[in-house]
Design a protein around this ligand. Structure first.
Ligand code: SF4
Length: 293
């Protein structure tokens, strides 16, 4: 990633109530009481930011707005937890070391991280305290932090939902280009890290076709990843409203197809079985079926 180009994105302009509008995203400073939380199948997760300027049209983390209401829609605000490192320092002293997912409700390496370096400093702190990291991102900024990851218990994962750059710009407007995400995996692999790729949610009618899947798995083989996950579109809260708006603008022909997959149980279960078969077939053709989780 070219640092100058990224910095240009973050020339602030004045907003209201201490907020700064940066490249169309309202950025506010806030404080947190805790940072490390118990999380799913890992031991913990943390998020130094509330909100995510990647603004993915299918984002499941939108539910966060129920707990942190904002006037702006998801993708148009980021709250920066300026005391994240101090809070984590206290928590890391008290908690038993374990695996930490970075990050569960935002992209920890979204553009605002270039200026604040909170995710970087928290990762460093956790590794020094004996925790292991499981990173998942769509941002090339993560390559900045290979220096602290090398030789440490860190798995680096990247999410890719489509091989098509134009579709990725539509669905993940603030994320790095797909080519950049493949670059992350290759560079991290060269640095000796275990790398993983998450293909999901696969976008019905867009990236769930045999051709798109074969392209994804072929690229995964070339990138030398050690594990591949796939995921289908899920009817999580607020996802349909957002996805529907994107489809209306760019692919109105797919509106009914998506609605039925999300909300009609029989259609959904048939779709799931068909998708699983296409995934298995494409992975086998690319010679990476054994990497599927
Ligand atoms: S990168 Fe993840 S958290 Fe951020 S908007 Fe996209 S799906 Fe949501």
């Amino acid at each position: 990633m070219k640092e100058e180009a990224q910095s240009d994105l973050f020339k602030p302009s004045p907003g209201q109530d201490g907020a700064l509008k940066q490249d169309g995203v309202m950025v506010r400073e806030t404080a947190c009481r805790t940072l490390l939380n118990r999380w799913g199948d890992r031991d913990y997760s943390f998020n130094c930011y509330t909100g995510c300027a990647n603004g993915c049209g299918y984002c499941y983390a939108r539910f966060m707005q129920r707990f942190h209401p904002h006037d702006e829609p998801w993708g148009a605000f980021v709250d920066v937890k300026t005391n994240a490192v101090e809070v984590l320092t206290r928590q890391a002293r008290r908690l038993a070391p374990g695996s930490v997912f970075a990050c569960s409700a935002c992209d920890g390496w979204q553009a605002v991280e270039l200026r604040h370096e909170l995710t970087r400093r928290c990762c460093q702190l956790l590794l020094d305290a004996g925790f292991s990291l499981d990173v998942l991102t769509k941002s090339e900024l993560v390559l900045r932090d290979l220096d602290i990851f090398q030789g440490r218990p860190v798995g680096l994962g990247v999410t890719i939902t489509t091989p098509d750059e134009a579709q990725a710009r539509i669905w993940e407007p603030g994320a790095s280009p797909v080519s950049g995400r493949w670059r992350i995996l290759k560079e991290a692999g060269k640095a000796g890290l275990k790398t993983r790729v998450m293909f999901g949610p696969l976008l019905p009618g867009i990236s769930d076709t045999p051709e798109a899947l074969l392209e994804l798995f072929t690229q995964a083989a070339a990138a030398g990843v050690s594990r591949i996950w796939t995921d289908m579109l899920n009817p999580r809260p607020r996802v349909w409203d957002s996805a529907r708006a994107v489809l209306r603008q760019h692919r109105p022909d797919l509106l009914e197809h998506w609605r039925r997959i999300l909300f009609e149980p029989v259609v959904r279960s048939e779709y799931e079985a068909g998708l699983r078969a296409r995934v298995n077939s494409a992975a086998a053709k690319a010679g990476v079926a054994y990497l599927l989780s």
